[in-house]
Each structure stands twice: as C-alpha cells, then as structure tokens.
Design a protein around this ligand. Structure first.
Ligand code: NAD
Length: 511
C-alpha cells in the first residue's frame, strides 16, 4: 500500500505507515458490542465480517447483535437515562463531556480516518479532511448550544402564566448508513446527548469499524456515565429490533427511502415512537446560460457529483444544462471524468476511491448496463476500473450519460454511485417541471447571475436545500434535510435539538 499523503489540516496528524499498521493489528481482533459501559460478546456468539472495498479482501469481524443484545442495550440506555448522574448533571458538565469527546476524536484523527478509508473505500484525503474534522466539530457545536437553548413564555390571557419546557425524549435509537459512517452517527449522537437523552447506535454492517473505535476511545478517555452511549452492530435484523422496540422513544434514521418506510411501519406497529428520516435523493443541478462563472460552475458541479465516489445523498445526479452552454459544459465534464484516477485510497495520486461494497458495485453496474442497453448516449466511463492493482477492488469509472429523458428509470431512481445523467433545456418553466418530476426532494442547485430568477427558482424547486451558484454548501447552523420521499424533519442547528426533545406546556393560574 502506497502512502503519500501530507497533512493538510494543520492538526499535525498524518496517514503514515504506522497508522495503517496499527489499524491492521487492531482489526485483527474481532469486535464486541458496547452495552452499559462494557464490551460484551453477542448473546448468540455470532459474528459478521466486513471487506476492504479497495482490495476485496476481508477487513475484520464484528458482533451480530440479537434480540437479547438489543434488549440489553435498550435497558442499559433506559437505566442511564433515568440515573441521577445523567438526568441531573449540570448543563456545564454535560457540555464539558461533549467537548471532551471532540478532543478525543481530534487526538485520534488519523486512526479514525484510516479506518474510515479502509472500511468505506473513500479517499484517505476525503476521510481525513472532510469526515473526521466534522465529527469533532459537531460535538463542539452542540456543546455550545446546551446552555443557550431556551423555552418560551407564552403570551396567554391575563390571570395565567404559561410557559414551555423542552424535555429529553429518553432512549434514542440511531441508525446510520455506510457512506459517512462515523460522521452521520456523530450528527445524531451530539445533539441527542446535548439534550440529555441516552442512545443506542447501530452502524451499517458494511462500515462498523470507525464507530467501534470511536466507542473505545470515548470509553477510555471520557468520563461518560455508563449506558449513555451503547453500540450494537449487525444488519437489517438488528435495526428492525431497535425500530420495533417498545422501550425506544425515538428512531433517528439515515438511509434509503425503502428502509425508511420500514422504520415507519416498525414504529407504527410498536409504540408509535417519534421518527426522523434522512433518506435518498436524485437531486437536480440546473445551469442557466448566464451562470456567473462557468469555469467554476463546471468544476464545482463535477466535484459535487463525483467526490466520495458519488456515494452522497445530496449529490446532484441529474444535470440540466441550458442548450446554449450544453456542448461546452458536457465536454468539460467528460474530460474531467476521463482524467479521474481510480485507485488506492491512500495514494495521493488517486482522485476516486472504491465503491463501498460489492452489493453497491453491482447496483451501479446494473444501471450502467441498463443505460447502455437502452442506447443512451454514453460520454464518459461506463465500466469498472480494473487498471493496475484495481482488479479485486470495487472501482467504477465516473460515468456520464447525455441527452437523457428525465422520465427514464436511470434519471428517476437513486443509484448512489458515480453515474450522472445530463439533459438539455430551453426555458425556466420547462426545467422547473423536469427538476421537480421526481419522488425525491433533497437538494437542488441553480447557477444564474439573474437575482430575480435565482429567487424564483428557490421558490419553485421542491427540495429541502437550494444551492445557488455553489452546489453543496453545509454548515451546522443551517438545516439539513429533504422533502417528499427524501425524509421527515431536519438535522443540524436548533432543529436537531428540537427533534431530540418533547415540548411540554405548563399553565399556572395566578389569583
Ligand atoms: P439502508 O437503508 O440499506 O441502511 C441504512 C441503515 O439501516 C443500516 O444501518 C442498515 O443496517 C439499517 N437497516 C436495514 N434494514 C433495516 C430495517 N428493516 N429496520 C431498521 N434498520 C434497517 O441504506 P444504506 O445503503 O446503508 O445507505 C445508502 C442510503 O442512505 C442512500 O439511499 C442514501 O441516499 C441514504 N442517505 C441519506 C442521507 C440523508 O441525509 N438524507 C445521508 C446519507 C445517506
């Protein structure tokens, strides 16, 4: 394995051969469940394994949590939630614990980035510069909120005082996917703990290791009361057990729309627990003829689509280009796609890593083959990358189909990989209709120098996040989440705090 990376974040941590050697040794021991502050073997003594997508080789083993284990984890979370040590902990102390978690993540930056890279297949550069810094930042961000989250004094009729209280929900099940494994767990753990809940986290069976390591370092280096964070690894069955558990108060779920619907059923059929859903997308990116800086629009659109090898929920997978700039834009996209170097995620020369797992690889290849069979115009990629040492890895060339009818399945169904469809348009009404013609509504991009048009488009586009003249802007201070079948509710900012609390109205009669 070649490791050529330099530290670009200034934290002083770097991917060095010793870190990868450390990870290899760490991964050689099978991982247990973290319940009630201790590591436990799974009751059924069952273990699963995960693969390094860049090599196709076995990476490590982790426990499969059964019903007994999920029950134990929920019960440990319940005890922690009700315990004096957590329930009455001062806000200042709780904030301090979140800050300690942030510090510990920062201390183990390279280790966590290395595990993310080995397990997910993303470039080390992406894990190191994007994923892991955001993990510690989100803990810092919500630590800051803890003593600044106020309730209301409501303006009711004279003779009464009416005020609201924000109370923690209780035990929260946090179910996350494999594309940003530790980061998306942190997006949920930080606000849930900030509001005084306890949690049971369930990562994806494709990428359990960064969160397992996170749990170890938090256990070793932070004085968190036992049972406040529990970790159960496993697949769909483990997630289902958590979703249907009668003593879980909330499920915060990030994953596919199909699984999100199962989570809703699981809640309805058990205790009607509260649910937040961050689901799939098929987001449009609309470039008008007057885009203020076409060169920037091309580069940014390409990066937004293909970074993290196209495994991002909010990526723009449908480009709508005004016909006057269509040929030039498409040619530039295609030359960037052809120049992409798929390869060893630790090698700084690689510009695209490996798809996360074989199932995902096959799904992507299915859509590519379907596109070819349907005689769509293929302008870049269209196959696996088996060059050099890539043969056993799950690499796919960035693929672009042009002149695509927006109603085709390839333009309607989420592929979750480096497959882009491009469609020309002539006027605003036509493009709004096509952009909104989808069951999803996560994000949408608009490129125009015309301010009135920018605002008109922001009004008309049916998506939870609108990016004008720069696709893919994120900030903890801004709500994240989609409309329609892209989800329910918002994460980030105060919205996450609202979603991990219940609102109580208190009336007092004043004589
Ligand atoms: P997935 O739905 O297959 O799995 C997500 C998680 O749910 C995993 O931990 C999985 O084990 C668990 N799970 C599976 N079946 C379950 C069930 N019946 N009950 C409870 N849990 C169950 O999704 P994935 O393939 O891991 O991730 C890719 C999907 O996630 C894409 O659709 C992507 O758009 C979406 N995603 C959305 C966002 C967002 O913020 N909107 C962010 C990242 C990913």
């Amino acid at each position: 394995m070649t490791i050529l990376l330099e530290d670009t974040t200034g934290t002083g941590y770097d991917a060095t051969a010793p870190t990868v050697n450390w990870a290899t040794a760490w991964l050689s021991e099978r991982k247990e469940l973290f319940i009630g502050g201790t590591w436990r073997k799974p009751a059924g003594e069952e273990y699963s394994s995960s693969t390094n997508p860049a090599t196709g080789k076995l990476l490590g083993h982790f426990a499969e949590a059964s019903k007994i284990d999920v029950d134990s984890a929920v019960s440990a979370a319940r005890s922690a939630f009700s315990s004096e040590s957590w329930r009455t902990m001062s806000r200042r102390k709780r904030a301090e614990l979140l800050r300690q978690i942030a510090t510990v993540v920062r201390r183990h930056h390279a280790e966590l980035a290395t595990l993310e890279c080995l397990d997910n297949g993303k470039l080390y550069r992406e894990a190191f510069n994007d994923d892991i810094p955001e993990v510690w930042e989100v803990f810092e961000y919500y630590a800051g909120w803890i003593d600044k989250y106020y309730s209301e004094n409501c303006p009711v009729d004279a003779g009464f005082l009416n005020y609201t209280k924000r109370e923690p929900l209780g035990v929260c099940g946090l179910i996350v996917p494999w594309n940003f494994p530790l980061l998306l767990a942190a997006w949920k753990i930080a606000p849930a703990l900030a509001m005084g809940n306890s949690v049971v986290v369930k990562p994806s069976p494709f990428t359990p290791f960064s969160i397992l390591r996170f749990m170890e370092i938090v256990q070793n280096e932070v004085d968190l009361p036992a049972g406040v964070i529990n970790l159960v690894t496993g697949g769909a069955e483990t997630g289902k057990l958590l979703t249907e558990h009668p003593d879980v108060d909330k499920i915060s779920f990030t994953g596919s729309t199909a699984t999100g619907k199962r989570v809703v059923h699981g809640s309805a059929d058990s205790n009607l627990k509260t649910i937040s859903l961050e689901l799939g997308g098929k987001s449009p990116n609309i470039v008008f003829e007057d885009a203020p800086d076409l060169a920037f629009a091309i580069q940014r659109s390409f990066d937004a689509m293909f970074s993290h090898k196209g495994e991002k929920c909010s990526e723009p997978t449908r480009f709508f280009l005004h016909k006057s700039i269509y040929d030039q834009f498409l040619a530039e996209l295609s030359s960037r796609a052809e120049a992409t170097i798929c390869g060893d995620p630790f090698d700084s020369r690689s510009t695209q890593g490996a798809q996360c797992n074989e199932q995902q690889l096959n799904k992507i290849l299915y859509y590519i083959e379907k596109g070819k069979k349907d005689r769509l115009k293929l302008v870049a990629g269209g196959h696996r990358d088996v060059s050099g040492d890539n043969e056993q890895g799950f690499f796919v060339r960035p693929t672009i189909f042009a002149d695509v009818d927006n109603r085709l399945p390839i333009a309607q169904e989420e592929i979750f990989g480096p497959v882009l469809v491009v469609t020309p348009f002539s006027d605003e009404d036509e493009v709004v209709k096509m952009a909104n013609e989808t069951t999803y509504g996560l994000a949408a991009g608009v490129w125009t120098a015309n301010l009135s048009r920018a605002h008109r488009m922001a009004d008309k586009l049916d998506a939870g996040m609108i990016f004008i003249n720069k696709y893919g802007c994120y900030d903890f201070a801004s709500p994240f989440g989609g409309f329609k079948q892209s989800g329910w509710g918002k994460e980030m900012a105060v919205h996450s705090l609202d979603s991990y609390t219940r609102l109580k109205s208190v009336w007092l009669k004043i004589d």
